[in-house]
Design a protein around this ligand. Structure first.
Ligand code: FE2
Length: 374
């Protein structure tokens, strides 16, 4: 794969060891119904709950889990709350990207002394299952990173949450872990935020795409991928680029009213089975033209999967030096054209599907055309 020159160290710094994504918290208009949606459509399992019954008066949260992915869905219970203002401004979206650390105090100190804007000073929370320490910093837009140290905790989720055990439990669909999370930032801000991840969080730059890589006849964007040392956390950062029409990143920035998380990519070991399940449960995916498959094997070489199955489901394939990957993108899952999910299966490839960008962005443009936002 051809890449641009990397401006940041190719080896990440180890002052901020991250063990993985701990949880993602979404602020949503109706957490109870959103929980039902993620159970029914995506196969997430009920894990924990906090609300009036646990002594909260201003908000309610449902926590869902599927293998290593934890989603927290939070809604306000009263008017004039910070969560309510967040919802009014952004619509439903990701507020917290929580990262699992061994030492939340150290994570806070190392990042804030390198210039991170504090969000949450190190805070100890305890209940009968033990203690958790959390701290947090701001990143782009109103998105925050919370560092979670849970070495001395074996409760269902976090102190203050009770186990949530409803009878309703649709089966999982094989989602395993968060592969990467993409942020959209404003014009000329990509380098500001890649610099933030390099300097403040010790990430290195994996790869870079310019507007020649990611453009169609009409729209364009630029992207750089930042990763932590062990590669478990990967944050591609997009910014819009000049095109003849409005790009998907600009559309996102308009509707989200600023930078935020654009998509959450979740990994599966069997994308054909996972996507078959998701489709049968009503999840809608972007469709590329059937001609995409005409010369697919010529482009990517031998693959283990049945071409017909991939064509039927609309799954995309790309290859790099190390292997290949299969991927598919949902339509936005919110009323606003903002957040969506990617389902990805890696078979050796460590890249992000560059060979699919053009087909994919043309599919997004067709949706934008329908929305009147192209
Ligand atoms: Fe992605």
């Amino acid at each position: 794969m051809e890449t641009l020159e990397l401006e940041f160290p190719t080896k990440a710094q180890d002052f901020l060891p991250l063990k993985g994504t701990d949880y993602l918290e979404l602020y949503v208009g109706n957490a109870r119904q959103a929980a039902h949606y993620f159970q029914t459509a995506f196969g997430f399992q009920p894990l924990a709950h906090a609300g009036l019954e646990t002594g909260l008066h201003d908000r309610e949260s449902y926590v869902l889990v599927q293998d290593k992915i934890r989603l927290v869905l939070t809604s306000p219970l009263t008017k004039d709350t910070a969560i309510g203002r967040h919802l009014d401004r952004h619509g439903d979206g990701v507020r917290v990207v929580a990262l699992w650390v061994n030492d939340a105090v150290q994570a806070y100190e190392e990042t804030t002394k390198r210039g991170a804007k504090p969000f949450l000073k190190p805070t100890v929370e305890e209940d009968e299952w033990g203690r958790v320490v959390r701290s947090g910093i701001h990143t782009y837009g109103e998105t925050v990173h919370v560092f979670v140290e849970r070495t001395a905790y074996d409760g269902p989720f976090l102190p203050g949450f009770k186990a949530w055990k409803p009878d309703y439990r649709p089966a999982p669909v094989g989602l395993r872990y968060v592969d990467h999370m993409v942020g959209n930032v404003g014009w000329d801000e990509m380098n500001v935020w890649t610099k933030f991840y390099a300097e403040v969080m010790g990430f290195s730059q994996l790869v870079s795409f310019d507007d020649k890589d990611i453009s169609t006849d009409y729209t364009a964007l630029m992207s750089k991928v930042m990763s932590n040392g062990n590669g478990r956390i990967k944050f591609p950062i997009n910014e819009p680029a000049e095109g003849r029409k409005k790009s998907q990143v600009e559309e996102y920035l308009d509707f989200y009213d600023g930078p935020g998380i654009q998509h959450i990519a979740v990994a599966t070991n069997d994308i054909v089975e996972t996507v078959t399940q998701l489709k049968s449960r009503g999840v809608e995916f972007l469709q590329v033209p059937k001609t995409y498959y005409d010369d697919l094997l010529g482009r990517v070489g031998h693959i283990d999967e049945e071409l017909n199955e991939l064509r039927k489901l609309g799954i995309l394939v790309d290859r790099d030096e190390e292997g290949y990957l299969l991927q598919i993108f949902t339509k936005p899952i919110m009323p606003r054209p903002t957040l969506f999910f990617e389902i990805i299966q890696r078979k050796g490839a460590k890249s992000f599907g560059k060979g699919n960008f053009k087909a994919l962005f043309e599919a997004i443009e067709r949706e934008q055309e329908l929305r009147g936002t192209l």
